[in-house]
Design a protein around this ligand. Structure first.
Ligand SMILES: [Zn+2]
Ligand SMILES: [Zn+2]
Length: 328
């Protein structure tokens, strides 16, 4: 089978790799759509993964083989495949921090989603993989990124009518904007790129030019752009008593200056949000299936495996693109 293998920054080669073999509690999935995520771009551009890695984790596909002891799934079922699964039994899990569980990142799909076929390990099969109908593969591939956003919202205390400022109008910022509407809050989305602000307006949000936003104040600020300017903007635009969601990953060794007296005097709450939980996947699929939000309007490009490097390069520059779908 073929996979797009990472060799550095935006260099990927489509190679013939062995078809994974499954154990008796595992399944094999033919990948039909895998979204390019900001974290794939981050890993490639900052070279935080080794050459030879296959990236991709926003996977929807068909089951083509099931292990002898698998009872929950059948060949031919359409599934959303989570790449990580918590143990649900450790101290982190019991505190509700499922994404911090030691097992979480150890339960990975093999190889990544930018390949024709993946092996899904037992914990993911038993506790997190979801079968779907009534949505197409591309919509299903939005379950993971939407679940990441849902995880952030679950860590905030939201009141209807709150003002929410989302910093960054990329695909993730726009998913947060859709969730803001579902939470009956007023969404402003800040970015420096005019084309992205136009998309915000088209989708019914309030666009804010990030370079000239003096005076903008919000109850909740969600940082959906991985750079320190975005975080500094969040700290200067949160209301007294407000909350900031640290959602986007910055380049390694990033630092921001925080005045402790501001957090003290304004009673701010800062929450981190990393990755997604099985519960978030369930909610995300339910929202997409119920047409509570339209995710396909966020797709700007569709590519085969051979154009993954091009897609990563485009996403890193945020040039005229939103969500890019890889169709192996
Ligand atoms: Zn993702
Ligand atoms: Zn755990």
């Amino acid at each position: 089978m073929k996979a797009a293998v990472y060799y550095g920054v935006d260099t990927f080669k489509v190679e013939e790799v062995p078809l994974p073999r499954i154990g008796e509690y595992e399944v094999l999935v033919r990948v039909r759509a895998c979204g390019v995520c900001g974290t794939d771009v981050h890993k490639a551009m900052h070279q935080t993964v080794k050459a030879g890695t296959v990236l991709g984790h926003e996977v929807a596909g068909d089951i083509i083989e099931v292990g002898k002891k698998v009872t929950k799934f059948k060949i031919g079922e359409k599934v959303v495949v989570p790449h990580h699964t918590p143990c649900f039994a450790c101290s982190y899990c019991h505190h509700g921090h499922h994404t911090l569980c030691d097992q979480y990142t150890k339960t990975n799909i093999d190889p990544g989603g930018f390949s024709e076929v993946i092996r899904v390990p037992q914990p993911n099969v038993e506790r997190a993989m979801l079968s779907f109908d009534h949505v197409d593969y591309e919509e299903a591939a939005f379950v993971e990124p939407l679940a990441c956003c849902i995880h952030a919202w679950e860590r905030l205390e939201v009141f209807p009518g709150d003002t929410v400022l989302i910093v960054g109008a990329g695909p993730i910022g726009l998913l947060h904007m859709e969730l803001a509407k579902i939470h009956q809050t007023e969404a402003m989305v800040a970015d420096i790129k005019e084309a992205r602000l136009q998309q915000v307006e088209k989708m019914g949000g309030i666009p804010v030019q990030a370079s000239e936003m003096k005076g903008v104040q919000a109850d909740i600020v969600i940082v959906a752009a991985g750079n320190k300017n975005a975080y500094e903007l969040a700290l200067s635009s949160v209301k007294r008593g407000g909350q900031i969601s640290f959602f986007a990953e910055c380049p390694p060794d990033s630092h921001i200056a925080v005045d402790p007296n501001m957090i003290y005097g304004k009673e701010l709450t800062l929450t981190g949000s990393y990755s997604s939980t099985p519960r978030g996947h369930w909610k995300a699929l339910t929202l997409i299936r119920g047409r509570n939000l339209n995710v396909t309007q966020l797709i700007s490009h569709r590519f085969g495996l051979e154009d993954l490097g091009k897609a990563i390069g485009m996403a890193s520059k945020a040039d005229d693109c939103l969500k890019m779908m890889i169709k192996p």
